[in-house]
Design a protein around this ligand. Structure first.
Ligand SMILES: Cc1cc2nc3c(=O)[nH]c(=O)nc-3n(C[C@H](O)[C@H](O)[C@H](O)COP(=O)(O)O)c2cc1C
Length: 133
């Protein structure tokens, strides 16, 4: 398994992760659950109308934290917008429940992928492991 696949699998199995953005000097954090590995890139999904999207547009630096089975991962990096229709379709196919709120052709559905990312896996019992992608 490649390093980015390990990160993706962890997020997928954790189901829920917490995405932090910055708004001026104020951190903002919220629960997220979308994750997709597509074309070698790790994507998350949101709506362009949401404050989180506006915050990322103003400052693409984000951090994610997820916890699963005694381990946690923190992913720090930048998110880049990708309006490729195929990746939106792939996200909707993976998580069909999104179809209630989004479609590949609306002006809202947003796919964002990680750039310049560092993921650190930690636990109370093992040394931290860092991967970059
Ligand atoms: C378990 C869970 C998973 C969620 N996953 C997502 C997600 O992947 N993308 C998304 O845009 N919102 C998701 N949400 C909803 C956001 O947390 C919510 O819209 C939040 O208000 C967005 O942040 P904002 O208000 O700063 O824009 C999820 C909520 C929960 C409880």
């Amino acid at each position: 398994m490649t390093e980015i696949e390990k990160v993706y699998q962890f997020l997928d199995e954790a189901h829920t992760y917490y995405l932090a953005t910055v708004e001026g000097d104020q951190p903002r954090v919220r629960a997220f659950g979308t994750a997709l590995l597509y074309d070698g890139k790790l994507y998350i999904q949101t709506g362009k109308v949401k404050p989180v999207s506006h915050q990322i547009a103003a400052n693409p630096k984000v951090e994610i934290c997820a916890f699963k089975g005694g381990k946690w991962v923190r992913i720090a990096g930048e998110l880049a917008n990708d309006d490729n229709r195929d990746v939106k379709v792939a996200m909707l196919e993976k998580m069909p429940s999104l179809k209630g709120a989004y479609s590949a052709d609306d002006d809202n559905m947003q796919m964002l992928y990680f750039k310049n990312a560092t993921a650190t896996f930690s636990s109370f019992t093992e040394a931290p492991e860092t991967v970059t992608f």
